[in-house]
Write a protein that binds this ligand. Structure first.
Ligand SMILES: [Fe+2]
Length: 387
């Protein structure tokens, strides 16, 4: 039986508050929080890194006797999806290794790893977007996974770091969406077309501070070169219906409400709204059409959610086992499926809502390439006036 407790620890590090949450599956033998969790808390509270509202979850087995002492993996995750809890529980059932979770935005986790240095309790960092994986690698915060690992054979080469420092575990496509009353299918086919003056004042776009757009621009730099991409970005900015605002969901809803004709979003947000329990969400997504761009040339920009073993992982073996588990068919189905992402391992079934979006040709550009263009992309967007 699972119980849930919420402990607010206030007035601690750097005047910020930490929210510590733990999921406990209490069996008859369990007397409460384990000593390693206690150590974990002390370590976390001792760190000087500023992370507001960091959350720590611990997954225990519901089955008495499965737990094994000292088997633990400390996971820093920027994924903010409830479905991931199912993965932690399934991993524990399979291996007896408990998952301690620290959850925060990627930039906060990267800063935290830097400040913890060699004393970091982190074993694994999982984040969204290749730009964040690239930044983590650049900061020397990952360690290489031995080439003997099954990760190399299970995950296609274009979805992992060529040097073995990080691996993609889910895919998401960044697609063009259109308001069905304003645009006909076939009127736009490529990202490049978003700069066409015929869309003047008709495009809704998220801020350039968002890493998803930075990675898309990075992929354009790789395909077109920096000069052409900058000209494209200027044309796109000239077509904005309003200054950039809101997240991907906000773009979908604003588009459905008729505030623009086109936008660009990640596929899983469309999946989430399509499967939402709220009628207004489902109605919003019904009003928009999806275009997988660049089908006749390089393919649609695909990004990953992925991770690697932390440089100073104290439980390195468990860390590698956890990553290998994420690439198993069982975990792929949960990890990707519950958030309407695409699995990276070939042959794993995708959610029916993704099937309804249709098949598409993916841009096979390695995330390392567009991740590597991240800084240039930010500067270019800035020069183009993309707020
Ligand atoms: Fe997202």
């Amino acid at each position: 039986m699972y119980t849930y407790c919420l402990i607010a620890i206030s007035g601690c590090v750097e005047r910020l508050q930490f929210e510590v949450r733990c999921f406990l599956a209490v069996d008859k033998e369990s007397k409460g929080i384990s000593s390693d969790m206690g150590m974990k808390r002390r370590a976390l509270l001792a760190t000087g890194t500023a992370i507001a509202a960091a959350a720590i979850h611990q997954v225990w087995s519901a089955e008495p006797g499965v737990a094994q002492a000292n088997k633990v993996v400390n996971l820093y995750s920027a994924r903010h999806y409830d479905a991931d809890n199912k993965v932690y529980q399934a991993f524990f059932k399979k291996t007896g290794i408990k998952v301690n979770l620290v959850e925060a935005p990627a930039d906060k986790l990267i800063e935290r790893l830097k400040s913890e240095g060699a004393n970091s309790p982190a074993d694994v960092l999982i984040t969204v977007d290749a730009g964040n994986l690239w930044r983590t690698q650049q900061a020397g915060l990952f360690q290489k996974v031995p080439t003997s690992s099954s990760l190399y054979s299970r995950i296609p080469a274009n979805l992992r770091d060529p040097d073995g420092f990080w691996f993609g575990f889910t895919k998401r496509a960044r697609v063009i969406i259109y308001n069905k009353t304003k645009v006909k299918p076939g009127e736009i086919a490529r990202y490049e077309d978003l700069a066409d003056p015929k869309w003047r004042g008709k495009i809704l776009m998220r801020s350039s501070s968002n890493v998803y757009n930075q990675s898309l621009v990075g992929s354009l730099i790789a395909a077109l070169g920096a000069a052409k991409t900058e000209a494209w970005a200027k044309g796109l900015v000239a077509n904005f219906a309003r200054p950039p605002e809101g997240n991907d969901v906000s773009q979908i809803k604003s588009l459905a409400a008729g505030m623009g004709s086109l936008s660009v979003v990640n596929t899983y947000y469309l999946g989430r709204l399509a499967k939402s329990s709220k009628a207004e969400d489902r109605q919003a997504v019904e009003k928009v059409g999806i275009i997988f761009p660049n089908q006749k040339d390089r393919g649609t920009h695909v990004n990953i959610s992925g991770g690697g073993i932390a440089k100073h992982s104290p439980n390195r073996k468990a860390a590698q086992l956890y990553l290998e588990y994420l690439a198993s068919p069982e975990a792929q189905k949960i990890f990707a499926g519950n958030n309407y992402e695409y699995p990276v391992v070939p042959g794993v079934a995708i959610d029916p809502v993704l099937v309804s979006f249709g098949k598409f040709k993916e841009d096979k550009l390695n995330p390392k390439v567009f991740g590597g263009w991240n800084r240039a992309a930010i500067q270019l967007m800035d020069r183009a006036g993309w707020k």
